[in-house]
Ligand binder design. Sequence first.
Ligand SMILES: CC(C)(COP(=O)(O)OP(=O)(O)OC[C@H]1O[C@@H](n2cnc3c(N)ncnc32)[C@H](O)[C@@H]1OP(=O)(O)O)[C@@H](O)C(=O)NCCC(=O)NCCS
Length: 117
Amino acid sequence: MLIRYKKAFEKIAMGLLSFMPNEKDIKKLQQTIKQYENEENWQLFLWKIEDDVIGLIGVQLKDQLVEIQHISVNPSHRNQGVGKNMLKSIKQIYEGKTILPNEYTAAFCENCNDEEL
Ligand SMILES: CC(C)(COP(=O)(O)OP(=O)(O)OC[C@H]1O[C@@H](n2cnc3c(N)ncnc32)[C@H](O)[C@@H]1OP(=O)(O)O)[C@@H](O)C(=O)NCCC(=O)NCCS
């Protein structure tokens, strides 16, 4: 289930974000999480199964566009469809808008078929 980020999940969210190749630097990571906390057009979501947060997806809203900025799944839960399910949920949340990847999420997003994105 996709839930909205809350400050209580900051540590787990930073851990998941750090799997992104462009979020290896701790300063950059802190900046990114602040951006999601403070800027209305940056929205962060977490994938929760029972009490475990195992995935993260973050978007930037630009009028009719929704750009996927970050997507990450805990290594122990990969290749089980969590990434694709997070994309599907984002599509439902932002129904009617155009969902696009950015340069850092394109490889995975473009691997998903039209049903997911
Ligand atoms: C990318 C990521 C979120 C996928 O999550 P997941 O839950 O394992 O994805 P799913 O189970 O829904 O889908 C698995 C498919 O994605 C593919 N995939 C995984 N990582 C990929 C990548 N970086 N680029 C392209 N395809 C990728 C798998 O090969 C698999 O393909 P298949 O269905 O043809 O066998 C996860 O691998 C991850 O967290 N990676 C580190 C963070 C990262 O690099 N994010 C940006 C990715 S561009």
